[in-house]
Design a protein around this ligand. Structure first.
Ligand SMILES: C[S@@+](CC[C@H](N)C(=O)[O-])C[C@H]1O[C@@H](n2cnc3c(N)ncnc32)[C@H](O)[C@@H]1O
Length: 279
């Protein structure tokens, strides 16, 4: 994923004659590339020229579709992008040897989470059972199945995202050890089965801790993501996790904590690796 390249002189060359003076310096200097789809930020001043700008970026950078950066929100963490150029927003993005097929216009794939996707490939152990409670297209659990050779149960509630999850399991040839469920994880029937649990969600992840504990074996590792106001760090989010775990008969030990990215002003997306064990 290309994120921070300097604007190519060729882009400037192609478009500067078409823009009023003063606007050229507002051309997007950074972009995100997911497969052959580009996401660019467009300043309001460039609104009348946005389609032509997108066309030039697509040509110079070799993309089939260009989207305007928007916000991610809602239960399914859907993106909200405006299509500026092209129309096909489904692409295959290759990262760390994994093939991720997705609809970039509707499904989030954050460049800032790349380190975590790579880290998950390294922490998983051959043969262990991982339950991914918020699987998306397999963002975090495909690396565990492909590189870590773990067995994975991937749960994804959105029917649209689920279609890509199933395709990605096949594309990466891990059907023998990765199974997907299109259900709300609170309806998942497995109990006391997981060696490791992924809770890759934000804002309300704590509400799912009791369910995670019921899926976990008597001793397990949970990768617990949540969003935390800076003033509550570093005690949160582990303190809340441990309190809820204790209410459910588990002790919790913090193994590691990492900041993933800034979520909003003064709010951070963090992940805590927690070892839980039944008291
Ligand atoms: C933000 S994405 C995260 C994907 C991946 N875990 C990561 O961290 O990169 C969260 C996914 O969880 C799904 N989801 C939300 N609530 C869910 C629930 N109760 N059960 C199963 N999936 C859920 C959403 O549809 C979305 O695809």
């Amino acid at each position: 994923m290309t994120r921070t390249q300097l604007i190519k002189p060729r882009i400037r060359e192609m478009i500067s004659g078409e823009l009023p003076e003063g606007l050229v310096k507002m051309l997007p200097k950074h972009w995100v590339r997911i497969g052959d789809v580009l996401i660019i930020p467009i300043r309001p001043e460039l609104e009348p020229y946005k389609h032509r700008i997108a066309e030039v970026y697509a040509e110079v950078l070799g993309a089939k579709t260009v989207l305007r950066k928007g916000r991610i929100g809602g239960e399914f963490r859907e993106t909200n992008y405006e299509i500026l150029y092209g129309n096909d927003t489904v692409t295959i993005h290759i990262e760390n040897g994994i093939r991720y097929k997705l609809d970039v216009a509707r499904i989030m794939f954050s460049p800032a989470n790349v380190k975590e996707r790579v880290r998950m490939a390294e922490v998983a152990k051959p043969g262990e059972l991982v339950v991914d409670m918020f699987a998306g297209i397999g963002h975090l659990s495909l690396p565990m199945a492909v590189h870590g050779k773990a067995r994975v149960i991937a749960i994804e509630k959105s029917p649209y995202t689920f279609r890509f999850l199933v395709e990605n399991i096949e594309l990466n040839k891990v059907q023998d050890r990765m199974t997907a469920y299109n259900i709300d994880n609170r309806d998942f029937p497995g109990e006391n089965i997981a060696d490791r649990i992924l809770m890759g969600y934000v804002v309300t992840t704590h509400e799912f801790i009791p369910k995670a504990l019921s899926i976990a074996k008597d001793e397990a590792i949970i990768h617990y993501h949540n969003t935390v106001p800076e003033r509550l760090m570093p005690d949160e989010p582990f303190r809340t996790f441990r309190n809820i775990a204790r209410e459910h008969g588990y002790e919790a030990e913090k193994l590691n904590e990492l900041v993933i990215k800034r979520y909003a002003p003064g709010v951070w997306h963090v992940v805590v690796d927690v070892r839980v064990f039944k008291k």
